[in-house]
Design a protein around this ligand. Structure first.
Ligand SMILES: *Cc1c(COP(=O)(O)O)cnc(C)c1O
Length: 365
């Protein structure tokens, strides 16, 4: 193993523990044989626990974007309302456009969040039959109030709520069943702290019922088939078997270390640690949180730079020279912000070390 764990703080891919990486190094098994079936059967209950659902969790061999596209193709009847507050939520709108789906794009400033009242209004105006939302917008570190928004969408009747939980599932509370989410997806390489290459999603019964009526589902991303297959501990196509080994090992670890709630508590503590750092030193160091208090992601902290120099990219480079990896801002905010991805298996102690280095780098200009 090269560098010690605890130095790599990108908002994805996130750092993977050596023992989880090692779990991949096992011989291949036939993907239609009893061994894969047994593996998928063993994975199912802890994966449902991570998603807080009684429903099957579908597993795709693709990155998270694959299951975002699946949501659009399988869940939108005529028109989708895309709630855009950053680059990843914009991706849903781009996918809808590329799939020829009629869309109503509601765009707000980066770092801002959508609120339930606003969503009610947008649903009335747009006449959409589905809504896309990114719970934790990794480009800006903003956390949308998902439970409240889900309630607002439910009131609208036959409207499906499609949620990207890529940097929330496994890092902060997401209650698939209790909040009545119609489709929730994530990818392996974010808060679940696995190597990239798998996507996961849960679809509600009404999502599946609608999907069955839609002609444009395609082949590889047909959610109806994923759902049918996973109920029998199968996948439609060859799964990334090595990643399933890593997933099984990681789910075991999560269960043995207090379950998903303990993970939430640790991520909450990490987010609060950055908040305390910013409150104590922000003025002096020239940084402030981009999103408002109460609307900050538990897995990605996005800090705004109050002066043009150094840029987000320069800060990331200087930290790299000190052995730590963080991210510059995303897209247009590359220079004016920087992001710390504190998710997966990172600890408050490791985060403290990054913040210490960050203070040094910012103090020296
Ligand atoms: C990383 C990320 C994605 C894209 O994931 P890929 O695995 O690269 O397809 C989508 N949404 C959010 C919120 C992300 O952070």
């Amino acid at each position: 193993m090269s560098a010690a764990f605890g130095k790599f703080f990108l908002p994805g891919p996130t750092e993977v523990l050596p023992e989880i990486l090692a779990a991949q190094a096992r011989p291949m098994i036939g993907h239609r044989g009893p061994e894969t079936e047994a593996l998928l059967a063993a994975i199912a209950p802890p994966l449902r626990a991570a998603f807080r659902t009684e429903r099957p969790v579908m597993i795709g061999t693709c990155s998270a974007t694959g299951f975002m596209e699946a949501a659009i193709r399988n869940g939108v009847r005529a028109k989708v309302l895309c709630l855009v507050n950053g680059a990843f939520s914009q991706r849903f709108a781009d996918i809808a456009k590329a799939c020829g789906t009629d869309q109503h794009v509601a765009k707000i400033e980066p770092g801002m969040t959508f609120e339930a009242a606003q969503v009610r209004q947008l649903l009335r105006e747009s006449g959409a039959d589905a809504v896309t939302l990114v719970h934790s917008e990794s480009a800006t570190g903003a956390l949308n109030p998902l439970a409240e928004i889900a309630t607002a969408v439910k009131e609208a009747g036959d409207v499906l709520l499609i949620v990207d939980g890529v940097t929330s599932v496994g890092g902060s509370p997401v209650e698939t069943d209790a909040w009545g989410l119609d489709y929730l997806l994530t990818g392996s390489q974010k808060a679940l702290a696995l190597p990239p290459g798998l996507a996961f999603a849960v679809a509600s019964q009404r999502f599946l019922d609608r999907a069955k009526t839609l002609p444009g589902r395609g082949i590889y991303l047909d959610v109806v088939v994923y759902d049918e297959q996973i109920r029998n501990n199968q996948t439609p196509y060859t799964p990334a078997v090595s990643l399933l080994y890593a997933l099984q090992a990681q789910l075991k670890r999560i269960a043995a270390s207090g379950g998903i709630e303990a993970r939430w508590v640790r991520h909450d503590a990490m987010r609060r640690r950055v908040e305390v750092w910013a409150a104590e030193q922000g003025d002096q160091l020239g940084v402030t949180f981009l999103p408002a208090a109460g609307r900050r992601s538990w897995t990605v902290s996005c800090l705004k730079l109050l002066q043009p120099d150094p840029t987000g990219g320069q800060i990331a480079k200087r930290l790299e020279a000190r052995g730590y990896t963080i991210a510059a801002g995303y897209g247009k905010a590359k220079d004016t912000t920087f992001r710390i991805g504190h998710m997966g298996d990172h600890t408050v102690e490791e985060l403290d070390a990054v913040l210490h280095e960050l203070s040094e780098v910012l103090r020296r200009g």
